[in-house]
Write a protein of this length. Structure first.
Length: 369
């Protein structure tokens, strides 16, 4: 058995399900996220995509491929014609973050240093798969007055982090890389887009260092560590093979199929990887039933429900963690109205875990560019 089996961990999750009816944005929005140089607005004539800030003054900042649904109405304004519907507007920012932002010279003339343009196009056919790497979907609904069924999809390419901000009267929800915004009952006429790329080259060193810090500061047992950093699994470590097999099992349970990702550290069934955090969420019976009585020296019996949820960094850095009711439970909220109750029984209190998660968020979000 792994040395982490000395740690008893149970997580009780209460999830407020993905719902279009929830209103407003709650929870935590990472302050390091910057606004993208684009704004999406609409009126009775349809949707407009415009460059903002210094980029609005550049020449042909938005590069549009010919399409029956995209019309260039200005050097940096594009209109999405009615009828596009489920055919997504593809907004490709893959090359956008390669150079510095444009600046103004002494004559107040904007200089963009030949920065790559943002490319817009629409496929001839509706795409069947939106689960592209480094991509996000914005599903905008209710933007045409009197037409509660109006819908337009936008596929953003080339981003590690993405966030949509708008008026609190809008109905917002998120599921994985898809953000739904319903403005059917609002006077708001635009959404603000935030996001960027993550510099993750040094997380292999920074995450283990953070784990060791919490092992040394808060973990009191003398027969091992709470967090196990995989780079410490040496050939001469008697637990090395068990640790490696345990992590292989976690990779399968969390369905981590990204070949660019790899585990860095783990705490029992919690896994930290290059691209996110996995939490094992279990429902534990509060009272034993007649057919399921717990006896002495028996393992804790769990319900069949067993949910291994993986939070990619773009979700994790926008979570908020607060103490909830007692020294074990904490409340987790995101900016799209999803909430969880996390019940920890490891040798870290919820306050200590909140500190760890907040430091981990800071570590990752400092890398946003």
């Amino acid at each position: 058995m792994s040395k982490t089996n000395t740690i008893l961990l149970s997580l009780i999750m209460v999830c407020l399900s993905f719902s279009i009816g929830l209103q407003g944005q709650i929870g935590y929005l990472n302050p390091n996220l910057k606004e993208l140089p684009l704004v999406i607005s609409w009126n009775g004539d349809g949707i407009k995509i415009s460059a903002t800030g210094a980029y609005a003054k550049t020449t042909q900042f938005l590069q549009v491929s010919p399409s029956r649904y995209l019309e260039q109405t200005g050097s940096n304004d594009v209109r999405v014609l009615p009828g596009a519907g489920n055919t997504p507007v593809i907004i490709d920012l893959s090359n956008f973050f390669q150079k510095a932002e444009p600046t103004a010279d002494a004559s107040n003339t904007v200089v963009d240093d030949h920065r790559p343009r943002i490319e817009l196009e629409m496929p001839k056919l509706t795409l069947s798969n939106y689960n592209e790497p480094n991509s996000f979907i914005l599903d905008l609904r209710g933007f045409l007055a009197g037409d509660g069924y109006s819908q337009q999809l936008f596929l953003f390419r080339g981003l590690d982090v993405f966030f949509v901000a708008t008026d609190n009267c809008a109905n917002l929800a998120a599921n994985a890389n898809r953000v739904l915004v319903n403005v059917g009952h609002c006077d708001v006429k635009h959404v603000i887009l935030k996001g960027g790329l993550l510099r993750l080259d040094d997380v292999d060193e920074k995450i283990p260092a953070l784990c060791r810090k919490y092992n040394e500061r808060y973990f009191s047992q003398s027969d091992g560590d709470a967090f196990v950093c995989l780079e410490d699994c040496k050939d001469d470590d008697p637990l090395a093979l068990q640790n490696q097999n345990h992590v292989r099992g976690l990779v399968t349970k969390y369905n981590i199929t990204d070949f660019d990702d790899h585990p860095i550290s783990f705490l029992d069934d919690i896994i930290l990887t290059k691209k996110g955090v996995g939490l094992n969420l279990k429902a534990k019976p509060l009272k034993p039933t007649k057919n399921n009585k717990r006896k002495r020296n028996k393992k804790t019996v769990y319900d069949a429900y067993d949910h291994y949820k993986f939070f990619p960094w773009y979700e994790f850095i926008n979570l908020s963690f607060t103490k909830y009711m007692d020294e074990n439970r904490l409340l987790i909220e995101d900016a799209y109205n999803n909430s969880y109750i996390f019940n920890s029984r490891v040798h870290f209190s919820n306050v200590e875990l909140i500190q760890f998660f907040n430091e981990l968020k800071a570590l990752i979000s400092e890398q946003v560019k």
